[in-house]
Design a protein around this ligand. Structure first.
Ligand code: DX5
Ligand code: ZN
Length: 214
């Protein structure tokens, strides 16, 4: 469906003291997009990356694709803010959005809409969103923290999504490693979000090359 599997380094695992260098490294390695986690301490039990981080990334990296993963209880309140900050795509959670109209709103802001689901949420819950979504982000860990172990049963939701005829990007997020990347690609996942496995790797270039060769 896609020419090669795409890698989306998650800056949650980057060394924040050297964020510019970390992003430069990711782009030099061929990162297809950057994954920016936004957490509100309510939808998930952690806090991260407000709109100013997106703004700074956009200023420093005008051509980078910034996929902003909104782990917020009320994403509707912040869509415009994150659009203005320079997001390329905005991914919201099915458990948090008020209705599929939220994806329409994202589209009207000129941003690519994405929908995400937590491990306990079945693919059937996405049905009303799929006609409006250009990407689905399957959570393969409980959202909130990096460095957890991937739940393979969650990744298998990709098979169901493809069976439903979803033709957009399917990404998976959480616990993706050098070792499990090939089996994820075999499930029809075309974008691998990698935090720890990319930024904490001894050789991030080798990780990106391996993903692109899948
Ligand atoms: C977790 C975040 C992920 C996180 C993944 O809630 O949504 O994007 O950065 O980190 P790793 O790849 O370390 O599991
Ligand atoms: Zn994420």
């Amino acid at each position: 469906m896609y020419e090669s599997i795409r890698i989306a380094p998650s800056i949650l695992a980057a060394d924040l003291l050297h964020l510019r260098d970390e992003v430069e490294l990711a782009l030099k390695c061929g990162a297809d997009e950057l994954h920016v986690d936004v957490m509100d301490g309510h939808f998930v039990p952690n806090l991260s990356n407000g709109p100013d981080v997106v703004k700074a990334l956009r200023r420093g990296f005008p051509d980078a694709w910034l996929d902003v993963h909104l782990m917020l209880s009320e994403p509707e309140r912040y869509l415009e803010t994150f659009a203005k900050a320079g997001s390329s795509s905005l991914t919201v959670h099915a458990e948090a959005v008020r209705s599929p109209d939220t994806l329409m709103k994202i589209r009207e802001l000129g941003i690519q809409p994405g929908i995400s689901l937590k491990p306990a949420t079945p693919v059937s819950a996405l049905k009303p969103f799929l006609p409006l979504a250009e990407r689905v982000l399957i959570m393969t860990v409980e959202p909130g923290f990096g460095g957890q172990k991937l739940m393979r049963s969650c990744a298998e939701k990709a098979l169901e999504l493809r069976k439903l005829g979803f033709g957009g990007h399917i990404a998976c997020d959480g616990g993706v490693t050098f070792e499990n990347a090939p089996e994820l690609a075999a499930l029809g996942i075309d974008t691998l979000v990698m935090g720890t496995a990319f930024f904490r790797a001894e050789n991030p270039q080798a990780v990106a090359d391996m993903v692109h060769a899948l």
